[in-house]
Structure formats: structure tokens, C-alpha cells
Design a protein around this ligand. Structure first.
Ligand SMILES: [Zn+2]
Length: 714
């Protein structure tokens, strides 16, 4: 999760615009090159009234329904590839554009009525989209085509296979009664999922402390609104994450930390134990009805992991692999606690790690994060990132005038191939917070890539919606190091979308398996921890001859590494719990989610209080169910992929490695198995060793440990 900015009423004046508006190109300047490349560049028309937004969605759905009717009404003896699966991809692609536009309006429009219209249109779309899977007539036509056993290959073959697979996953291949049963189970599950989320949102955990009990907690926290609730009474809400973290990271008293931890880990116990047990039973039932052994097999079938066992093996390999680093870190924390408590046997429990991690960082690796911001003025960072990405990926970005703007400082760019001039797509930048705007950082696809029926290629148009610190009257926008990392990450997604060459919408750009989509961007985060890269753009805005000192960068890297073992073992514990809850389970055996999860949390991470119920407040279990492993999975792949750059002559600025990423990963999307794309990019099989090596765990040390599992992923 990214931090949320509060709206600051600042009038924005763009600082350094590299070119004046008069010199700026327009999209028409790229038309000729587009024609030559058989490409289509599109700047969407933006609806201007709530009625227009509603009408846009209405007509998009009507058009899609008509196309669905046409597929369904065919003579089953004359079905063709184009008339079935491709037609389905076409209509979904077109309908998605309307949904994407409505989403952008919802997230960016300065008029609340427009945002509401966007939100309503998205809802209408979502309700409609669920029904596509259940169009029997469409399924029959596609099935009839599949039954002709057509000789297809590559992306075409994948399109047919995965379309049929999705119908099977929706229950369409079952007999009507069985399908109805699955639909009913799904509806019950959806309702329980909503209850689970609501119970989490509604769970409150007020814990009252005296000032003495909060010794070590910053005064600024104690003075925050709502905290002081009596003469010597301070109420900390265990459910408010920033309050919880501040106290857990700073309270010297173990009793205080334990009390707050217990309150947090009991949240939603009364309500969600029962709800979660029912959800797990329903998921298991659905999986079994659809012919899977378990819910994790069902969920991972469409991911890189391919099976629950595949995900479990990966995580358990990582748990074993990281053990030496984790043990060393806990030992270090233990020493600190022993010194603190004068008890040489003191052990690190679940309620201790945040406090001692924080002490460790403060004592050994303190970096003044505020002072660091002087090196990251927004416009310079943006230009620096542009230069790097243009260089390594063989691209050129041209700022053009947007025909329609939703804010004054909206920027629009055309991306071309630097060698051929071929236009590849467009991106919008909407970078600063304002009231009512989307409050995180993300890349949004507006038009995806797709080969059109007339043989031309629709190039993508995307938007980056961010919330960097706005500039003020006397200083430019100064980014934190985390902001800079976020920009490099999100812009990676934009490039993944833009340079795509996939034929079908469902495979283009970032439409890749959920446990892979973050990996390339997570890899690019490495760039901003590297002195060579930072020195290309980071400089004190008051005196650009000043670069970030090498010791500072080293300290930042050391700090990150110092607590990585604990960080990841906690992640692996969550992933293991999630997979264990969704593993094979006899249908008639009731679930006990707490008894199934607490021992794992304790075994993989740190000792817990046995009365706590971590899972009742683990929101990822609805939405990321049997998917939490994906975070660590993508991190390990990211580290693996980074080695291609690290071994290249130009390191992170190496164009050959960059072009390989562009061609083998970004351009391919999901048009071929991503595991194959990764192997082609790496030039070898995948390995978790680079991930472990980054954590200071050498290959040699590993080989000497018995029972070490092999690492390549399926
Ligand atoms: Zn991302």
C-alpha cells in the first residue's frame, strides 16, 4: 500500500516544462509514422456531462450484447475461429474501453457529479460483465468451434484453450443442476465475503494507556487528535494501523506492546471466526464441484504457480532458504532485548519485533529522510526517469498538447520506438493530489493494445494517477525516496502496457497472471537504490552540483537489508496460512480457521499469544485468497530478472538488457506462457538464489545445508 496524501489547496504552476506550449507537437505530427507502421493512435474523447457518461456505458453494453447475440445465433456447423473466440475478445475489449474511461472519470474528475456518474457506470459495467460467462448460447458456439479440433498454434491456440478453460471455471461445462448449485454457492460466498470485509471495517480495538505505559512513544503522537482521552488516559485504537504501528515501534514497555498486540489480533474474532469457517467450506465445495482437489488449485490454475502444490513448494523453499538470515536477525533483536531487560534469556515474541527493528534502524542506520527530499525535485526526477527508460528500452517520449484536459497541469506524451520512429502509444500524467481524486499511485489502462479486424494495430493509451507532494510557492515538489521508487515502479507498468505486441486484448500489456504482473516493476525499484542510477538525476535542487553522498545510499541499502529477514518471514507466514486454509480438505469436516493458522504463524514467524485470532482480521483472505504467496513470488522473480542487468556491461542502464526485457517480457504480455518469457529473458531457468543472495545468503552456504530443495520453478 502506498501512503495517502491529504488534499493541499495549492495553486500549481508547472516548474520546468522542458518545452513551451508553442513548440509542442500534437498527435497529428505522428499520424504519418502511424500509417507507415499500420498503427492506430487514439486520444479518447472524454464525456463532459453525467448524462453522457451514462449514455456511453449504455451504448457500449448494448453494442456488446448485440455482438454476443451474433456469436450465439450462429449455425453451429459453420462456426469459425474469427466468428467465435476472436469475436468474443473483440467485444470484451471494446466494452472494457468504456469501463476504463468511466474509471478514469470516477478517479480524476474535478466535478463530484461526474465522479459519481463514473462510479455508477463502472457498477453497471461490472454487473453486466459477470453475466458474459453465463451466456449459454455463446458458450455453445465456442464449444462447437473447439469440438472441430482446429489446428491452431501460438497465441491463437492459447486464446481458444483459455477461453474454454474460463467457461469450465465458471461451471458452464457442468450439467444444469450442478451448474446451478455452483452459482448458488458462489452467491453465498460473495455475500459472506462482504460480511467478512464489513466485520473487519467495523472492528474497533480501543486500548487505554497511561502516559507512563506509553514511554518511548513520540510526543507528537500523544498530541494527535483523539488520543488523549482523560487526565492520564491515552486511547490507542488497535484497528487504526498508523496508531498501532507507532506504539508497537516505540513503546518501551513490553506489557504495553503485548496488550496492544493482543487487542489487534483479536479484532473481528467474535464475528469473523464463523464467517471465515463458512467461506472456507464454500470455497472447498465450489472447487470440488468444478473438479478441482482444492480451492488453491482452482485459484492458482490461472496463475504462474499453476497449482496449490506449486505455490506451496515455492514458499516453503523460500522459508528454508531465508532461515539463516531470519535467525541471525532475530538473534540480533534478542541481544537488544536481553540488554534492555537484563534478562539474558529474553525471547523475541510477536509483540517485540516492530520495536526492536525500529531501535536497530535508529541506532545503526539512521538516514534523514526529510533532508533526502532536497535531492528529488519532481520535474528533475521525472526527466531523469524518462532519460533512463528511453535509453534502456530504446524509446522516445514526446510531450504533446492534450485536446481535452481534466486538470490544467495534465500532461500527455506519445511514445515511439527510437530506432524506427514507430508510434507505440500514449500516456497521461496526473501527478498531484486534489480533493476527490484517486488517492494512491497506479497505472490505469484506457485503451489496451489489440490487433484490429482491419489488420491495423490499436496502440495503447494509459494514464498514471499519482499523488506526489505538490509544489508550494517557494519550493518545487520534493519527493521522498519512496515516492521516487513508486514513480519508477508505476511507470514500468505503463511501459509494459504501451510497448505490447500481443494480438488479443486479453493477452496484451499488463494482462498477465496476477503472480507475475508486479515482478517487472518490482525489479525496476532496484534502480533507485543504486548510486550510478541516482547520480544521473538526483541532485540538490538548491545546488545541483551536489549529489547524494555515497555513505547515505549505502546506509539506506544497509537499513533495508537489516530487517529483510523478519519482513519476509512474516510475509511467508501469511502466505503459508493462506495456502493451508485453502488446501485439500474433506468436504464433511468442519473448518477451524484459528486452529489451522495459529501454529503456522508461530512456526514460520514468531511466538504468538495462543488466544489471538490473526486470521479474523486478515483482509487478504477475501480477494487475495490463495493468492497472498504472489507478493513473495513476484519479489523473487524480480530479483532473478534484475541479475540480467546486474551482469550486463551498463548495469541498470544497459540497453541490450533493456531491449531484451522489452521484447521478451513487455511486448509478449500473456500471448505466450510467462514462465517461458522469463526464461527467454534470463537465458536460463528461473532461480530463487538471486533473491536469497540479495539478502546476504550465499549460494555456497546454501549448498552445504542438507535437505535444500531445488529452486527452478515449474
Ligand atoms: Zn505495481
Amino acid at each position: 500500500m502506498k501512503s495517502v496524501f491529504v488534499f493541499l489547496p495549492v495553486i500549481f504552476v508547472p516548474f520546468v516544462l522542458s518545452i513551451s506550449a508553442a513548440e509542442m507537437k500534437t498527435v497529428d505530427d505522428f499520424r504519418e509514422a502511424a500509417v507507415k507502421a499500420n498503427a492506430v493512435l487514439t486520444i479518447p474523447d472524454w464525456e463532459q456531462t453525467p448524462e453522457a457518461v451514462e449514455a456511453m456505458m449504455k451504448s457500449a453494453i448494448a453494442k456488446a450484447n448485440k455482438a454476443l447475440d451474433e456469436i450465439g445465433a450462429q449455425d453451429l456447423k459453420k462456426v469459425t475461429f474469427k466468428g467465435t473466440v476472436v469475436a468474443l475478445d473483440d467485444l470484451v475489449y471494446e466494452a472494457n474501453i468504456a469501463a476504463n474511461k468511466a474509471t478514469i472519470i470516477k478517479e480524476t474528475n474535478t466535478d463530484e457529479k461526474m465522479r459519481t456518474a463514473g462510479e455508477n457506470a463502472v457498477k453497471v459495467f461490472q454487473d453486466w460483465a459477470v453475466g458474459i460467462d453465463y451466456r449459454e448460447d455463446v458458450y455453445r458456439a465456442i464449444k462447437a468451434f473447439a469440438d472441430t479440433h482446429p489446428k491452431l498454434s501460438g497465441e491463437d491456440e492459447k486464446l481458444l484453450r483459455e477461453t474454454i478453460r474460463d467457461y469450465r471455471r465458471a461451471g458452464l461445462s457442468l450439467y444444469p443442476e450442478a451448474r446451478k448449485a455452483v452459482e448458488d454457492l458462489r452467491k453465498q460466498l460473495a455475500k459472506l465475503g462482504t460480511d467478512f470485509d464489513t466485520n473487519i471495517v467495523n472492528a474497533k480495538g480501543p486500548v487505554v494507556f497511561t502516559k507512563a505505559e506509553l514511554d518511548g512513544v513520540p510526543d507528537s503522537f500523544l498530541a494527535s487528535p483523539g488520543i488523549k482521552t482523560g487526565d492520564d488516559a491515552y486511547t490507542v485504537m488497535a484497528n487504526v494501523t498508523w496508531q498501532y504501528r507507532t506504539v508497537m515501534e516505540n513503546a518501551r514497555s513490553e506489557a504495553t506492546r503485548k496488550k496492544l498486540y493482543v487487542a489487534r489480533y483479536l479484532l473481528a474474532k467474535d464475528t469473523n471466526v464463523a464467517v471465515l469457517n463458512q467461506m472456507l467450506a464454500l470455497r472447498n465445495k465450489i472447487a470440488l464441484r468444478l473438479g478441482y482437489k482444492s480451492w488453491d488449485d482452482f485459484q492458482t490454475e490461472v496463475k504462474m504457480a499453476k497449482s496449490g502444490a506449486g505455490a506451496k513448494k515455492y514458499i516453503s523453499d523460500l522459508i528454508v532458504g531465508i532461515q539463516p538470515k531470519f535467525a541471525a536477525e532475530v538473534m540480533e533483536l534478542q541481544k537488544m532485548k536481553a540488554a534492555d531487560t537484563h534478562d539474558p534469556k529474553a525471547k523475541i515474541d510477536h509483540w517485540d519485533w516492530r520495536y526492536y527493528d525500529n531501535q536497530l534502524i535508529k541506532q545503526k542506520f539512521a538516514v534523514d529522510k526529510e533532508a533526502l527530499r532536497n535531492f528529488f525535485p519532481f520535474q528533475r526526477v521525472l526527466q531523469g526517469m524518462f532519460d533512463i527508460y528511453q535509453g534502456i528500452f530504446g524509446l522516445k517520449f514526446y510531450q504533446i498538447t492534450p485536446p481535452q484536459k481534466w486538470i490544467a497541469d495534465l500532461q500527455l506524451y506519445v511514445v515511439t520506438d527510437s530506432a524506427t520512429g514507430e508510434p507505440l502509444g500514449l500516456f497521461y500524467l496526473d501527478m498531484f493530489p486534489r480533493e476527490g481524486k484517486f488517492n494512491h499511485f497506479a497505472e490505469f489502462e484506457i485503451l489496451g493494445g489489440k490487433l484490429l479486424a482491419d489488420g491495423k494495430y490499436q496502440r495503447p493509451t494509459v494514464a498514471l494517477l499519482c499523488n506526489f507532494p505538490p509544489p508550494s510557492a517557494d519550493q518545487p515538489s520534493l519527493m521522498t525516496h519512496t515516492d521516487v521508487e513508486t514513480l519508477f515502479h508505476e511507470f514500468g507498468h505503463a511501459l509494459h502496457s504501451i510497448v505490447t505486441r500481443a494480438k488479443y486484448g486479453r493477452f496484451a500489456g499488463t494482462h498477465v497472471p496476477g503472480d507475475f504482473v508486479e515482478a517487472p516493476s518490482q525489479m525496476l525499484q532496484n534502480w533507485v537504490w543504486d548510486k550510478q542510477v541516482l547520480d544521473t538525476f538526483a541532485a540538490d535542487y538548491r545546488d545541483p552540483s551536489k549529489k547524494i553522498p555515497a555513505e547515505t545510499i549505502q546506509k539506506m541499502n544497509d537499513a533495508k537489508l537489516a530487517t529483510a529477514g523478519v519482513f519476509y518471514r512474516r510475509q511467508f507466514a501469511f502466505a503459508s496460512i493462506d495456502l493451508a486454509l485453502h488446501d485439500v480438505h474433506p468436504e464433511d469436516k468442519p473448518y477451524d480457521c484459528v486452529a489451522m493458522s495459529n501454529p503456522i504463524l508461530q512456526r514460520v514467524f514468531l511466538p504468538i499469544d495462543p488466544n489471538t485470532t490473526f486470521v479474523t482480521y486478515f483482509g487478504h483472505l477475501n480477494g487475495y485468497d490463495a493468492g497472498y504467496y504472489g507478493y513473495a513470488w513476484a519479489d523473487a522473480i524480480a530479483a532473478d530478472m534484475a541479475t540480467v542487468f546486474e551482469k550486463a556491461k551498463g548495469k541498470y542502464l544497459d540497453r541490450e538488457a533493456g531491449l531484451r526485457l522489452r521484447h521478451e517480457i513487455y511486448e509478449q504480455g500473456d500471448s505466450r506462457d510467462v514462465a517461458l518469457s522469463i526464461e527467454k529473458f534470463l537465458g536460463r531457468k528461473q532461480s530463487i538464489q538471486p533473491f536469497l543472495k540479495n539478502l546476504g545468503i550465499g549460494a555456497q552456504e546454501k549448498q552445504t545445508r542438507p535437505g535444500e530443495p531445488s529452486h527452478p520453478v515449474h
